[in-house]
Each structure stands twice: as structure tokens, then as C-alpha cells.
Design a protein around this ligand. Structure first.
Ligand code: MG
Length: 301
């Protein structure tokens, strides 16, 4: 099932693409208010959602609804992998020094919708960059999860663009957190594909185009630490909650590693795609970063 959140009459609602008619959205608000509630309801909740989606005779045209982030307020910061693809680790090497994968987090306030504009504010950053990634939604709580059990903790998959402010990422001692956490800089979605319906996550093509030009092309088969290993490591001595999100890393082709470096400009359009999961489309706009979050009507906090 492809579960999503959409805006209807000024409210955010749970929905799903109608099975067999994926140009339509079925309203699932009778099942649950949002995806976190479906995850919390376990297999029974998912079964209920499946039944309502399958029995719907028609839905709203997908092109007419505004899609929201599938999980706007995940349980905890987004857990993210850095340098998890070999060629990307190589392209980011300084003085030939290839660093191993790392783990960091992104503030939940960085999350935005699949087709939302992303703000550029030169007083905040002049070096915004792109990163196509496969996102993982955790479905079951766990700590010290063994690698062989790890995939049982996965609820589903989505597409994520880990837009990064390189000047901030490398400022103040080079800690990733703030450079990866600007407000509404991280598009997610367009939906969460549940694990039962998703293609095997170990061999999916990833692609990012900028204004129609391919910048990144990779495959999840090239992850240094695959999803089960990430879950094992991330959960070591640290509980992963249902509704937590993981960004699994990006392949090579990011802007700052290009010669000369390339950064996002006002008017640029990024299309960010993971095979069998979906595609995001986001335009860069000039705006004051941080000004919109507080009055964002569908945010519940
Ligand atoms: Mg990344």
C-alpha cells in the first residue's frame, strides 16, 4: 500500500493511492488521523487501511490534491547516514583521505512535502546542495536489534532529498546537524510504500536531476552498510521508536564535490527519484528561511 497525507478543506488527512488506480487517492480518515496512528495500530491497523482502500470504488484525482509530508513529525530526529556509498565517500575525500560512513541526525523541522518549494536565503546559506536517498520508516520499537531481525522492524520506504547547507555543515567544527536541519529543507514522500508492497530495497536505482540534467545516478546495491546493518548499528544501546525515519545515504554526484562546485539557485527544480518508490519535485525559491514554520497551518505542534 502507498500511504500518504493530503490536505483537504484545510485539514490534513490520511490517504492511500487506490489499488489498481494509482492516479486516485482514497481518503482513509475513518481508519486513522495520520500515518503514525496506523503504525501504532500494528498489523490490525494496516489491515483496516488495506480493506478500506481496496473497497473504495473511486477516489480523489491525485493531481488535484496537495500531498503533505507522509510523516511530518517523526518520533525523534531523522537518523541519517553520511558517506554510505563508496563513490560518494571517494568524491568527498579531502587530500585523498576517504572517511568511513558516519551517522548523524536531522531536526524534524527540516521535513517538508514532496512537491514543496525549498527556500534559499543567502543570509543563512550560499551553498545548498542535493542528496537523493532511500528513506526507511521504522514500524516496531527495538533496541540492540540483531541484523537478522532488522527488516522485521521496517514499516516501509519513501524518497528523501537530504538537502544540505555545505557552508553550515562545515562551519563551527564541522558537525553535520545544523547544516542538515534548515527549516523545510528536506522533501519527503511522496508516500510511504509499505514493506509488503515495496520492491526489495537492496537493488533500487536512485536518480536526481537538476533542471532536467542528471546529477546523481546510483543504486542501493552500492550501500556500504545496507539497511539491516544500519538498523543493527543505530539501535545498539539506543531505542528506535515506531515512526522513526532513517535516511540511508546518497550516491555520488553531489554539487559540492563537482569541479567547479555547483550549488542550488533560485528557480532550480530538483527531481529526486527512487525506483519503485516514487519521485519528489521541488523548486528553489527566494525567501527568509524560518519565517514560515511557525504559521504553517497543517503542522500540529
Ligand atoms: Mg545524506
Amino acid at each position: 500500500m502507498k500511504l500518504l497525507m493530503f490536505r483537504h478543506d484545510g485539514e490534513s488527512r490520511l490517504g492511500a493511492l487506490r489499488p489498481g488506480h494509482e492516479h486516485e487517492v482514497v481518503d482513509l480518515s475513518e481508519v486513522a488521523p495520520d500515518l503514525l496512528a496506523v503504525i501504532d495500530a500494528g498489523e490490525r491497523g494496516l489491515e483496516h487501511a488495506r480493506k478500506v482502500a481496496a473497497n473504495a470504488n473511486r477516489g480523489l484525482p491525485l493531481k488535484d490534491v496537495t500531498l503533505l509530508p507522509p510523516i511530518e513529525s517523526p518520533r525523534g530526529n531523522v537518523i541519517a547516514m553520511g558517506r554510505n556509498y563508496q563513490k560518494h565517500a571517494e568524491e568527498t575525500a579531502t587530500n585523498g583521505d576517504i572517511k568511513p560512513p558516519t551517522i548523524f541526525t536531522k531536526a524534524i523541522t527540516s521535513i517538508t512535502g514532496p512537491y514543496d518549494d525549498i527556500e534559499i536565503d543567502p543570509s543563512v546559506s550560499n551553498q545548498l546542495d542535493w542528496e537523493v536517498e532511500l528513506g526507511v520508516v521504522i514500524g516496531k520499537r527495538g533496541a540492540n536489534i540483531a541484523r537478522r531481525d532488522a527488516m522485521n522492524h521496517v514499516f516501509g520506504y519513501f524518497v528523501l532529498n537530504d538537502v544540505s547547507a555545505r557552508d553550515i555543515q562545515n562551519g563551527w567544527g564541522g558537525q553535520y546537524f545544523k547544516g542538515k536541519s534548515l527549516d523545510r529543507s528536506c522533501p519527503t514522500g511522496p508516500w510511504v510504500v509499505t514493506k509488503d508492497e515495496a520492491p526489495g530495497p537492496g537493488n533500487l536505482a536512485l536518480r536526481l536531476t537538476l533542471n532536467g540534467v542528471i546529477k546523481q545516478e546510483g543504486n542501493t546495491a552500492d550501500m556500504i552498510h545496507p539497511i539491516d546493518a544500519i538498523i543493527e548499528w543505530a539501535s545498539k544501546g539506543m531505542t528506535l521508536l515506531p515512526g522513526a525515519l532513517i535516511a540511508t545515504g546518497t550516491p555520488d554526484g553531489v554539487g559540492f564535490a563537482r569541479k567547479p562546485p555547483e550549488y542550488l539557485k533560485v528557480g532550480d527544480v530538483m527531481e529526486t527519484e527512487v525506483e519503485g518508490i516514487g519521485a519528489l519535485r521541488n523548486q528553489m525559491v527566494a525567501a527568509k528561511v524560518g519565517a514560515r514554520l511557525a504559521d504553517h497551518s497543517h503542522r500540529r505542534t
